[in-house]
Design a protein around this ligand. Structure first.
Ligand code: PPE
Length: 324
């Protein structure tokens, strides 16, 4: 999906022209996958432009680096005001926001703790992630022949660039075989997640999603859906799901910032339920849609960009070093 260029990108406390946001070819991240990122959406609501669960994403961003013994040198507050200012400077409304941190140029070699940590935030307008009508009609997915990364090899709770080598294998295989997305099983054969989404299934009236221990990213949309479903009166459980349980579920859907809530109409060409989006999926999509359209915010999930003060200029040019 193409990126639409904008005016500025935030880098280490200042705003720089979009075209200057380049890195050296010998940067650590390019050689060893040592980068971390977030994906966040902002919406033009009836009450103004609002970023969805901004602080929750920035906290996860911090945790992603912590797993790799690295301190993200900007606080959640600094990242919050930088994001809101970036949206305003680029005249964006509804958009996708990509905070990104990487080990930069310095040492070569796997040990990366002496390399500087460079932090960026970019934002641009981004279309539907799994096709234009995906949220309406649903998508066809397959179970991947690739397994999900394992907790003792690559921790899935850290949204690290390197993890997405696994996601790329999954996604390429799925698309080349005519599916919109691939769902991975973990090392024990239990459903983990899609290449860039979490998975839910409606099984005998319960909304079931795999527990975080099954090698998945604890999605913020996943958490949102769990809260909304409970409110709508649907019981939610975190429990192991097998491949066959997806074949026989009444409804299956994917959640993520990019896909939002997207129904699955078939798994391995086996129709889910009657082969279209089910009523519980629809009800949850509607509840989510109400928040991002109306700007009504009973859960405190929206940060209105106009309410956030400008960042203080060039807030410390900190480069992180080794964590003590
Ligand atoms: N699992 C994975 C592997 C994942 O990448 C995402 C987000 C999720 C689950 C859902 O997390 P959340 O967005 O907090 O609900 N994937 C992001 C990147 C997608 C991309 O291709 O780039 C996203 O949706 O923004």
């Amino acid at each position: 999906m193409p990126i639409t260029p904008t005016k500025s990108i935030w880098k280490n406390g200042s705003f720089i022209p979009f075209k200057n946001a380049t890195v050296h070819v010998l940067s650590h991240a390019l050689h060893y996958g040592s980068s971390w990122f977030e994906g966040i959406r902002a919406y033009e609501t009836d009450k103004g432009i609002a970023v969805f669960r901004l602080d929750d994403h920035m906290l996860r961003f911090h945790h992603s680096l912590k797993v790799y013994r690295t301190v993200l040198p900007y606080s959640v507050e600094e990242l919050r005001s930088a994001t809101c200012e970036l949206i305003k400077r680029n005249d964006l409304g509804t958009c996708y926001i990509r905070p990104f941190a990487m080990r930069g140029f310095g040492d070569m070699g796997v040990y990366g703790l002496r390399n500087p940590v460079e932090v960026y935030i970019a934002a641009w307008e981004w279309g539907a992630y799994l096709g234009d009508n995906a949220a309406e009609t649903g998508v066809d997915v397959c179970i991947s022949s690739w397994s999900r990364i394992t907790p003792n090899s690559l921790p899935s709770i850290s949204k690290a660039g390197g993890n997405y080598m696994n996601s790329q294998l999954v996604k390429m295989e799925a698309v080349e075989n005519g599916y919109a997305e691939g769902i991975t099983l973990d090392a024990y054969g239990h459903v983990a997640e899609g290449s860039g989404e979490n998975v839910f299934a409606v099984i005998r009236g319960e909304l079931v999603t795999p527990p975080t221990g099954h090698s998945l990213l604890p999605g913020i949309t996943r958490d949102t859906v769990m809260v909304l479903a409970e409110q709508l009166g649907y019981p939610v459980v975190e429990r192991e799901i097998t491949r066959a349980m997806l074949y026989t579920a009444d409804e299956v859907f994917l959640t993520g910032t990019a896909v939002e809530i997207t129904p699955v109409r078939s798994v391995d060409r086996i129709a889910v339920g009657r082969g279209g989006p089910g009523p519980i999926t629809r009800a949850i999509q509607k509840a989510f849609g109400k928040i991002i359209v109306s700007g009504q915010d009973p859960h405190g999930w929206l940060t209105f960009v106009d309410d956030v003060p400008k960042p203080s200029r060039n807030t410390k040019k900190k480069t992180s070093k080794k964590r003590k």
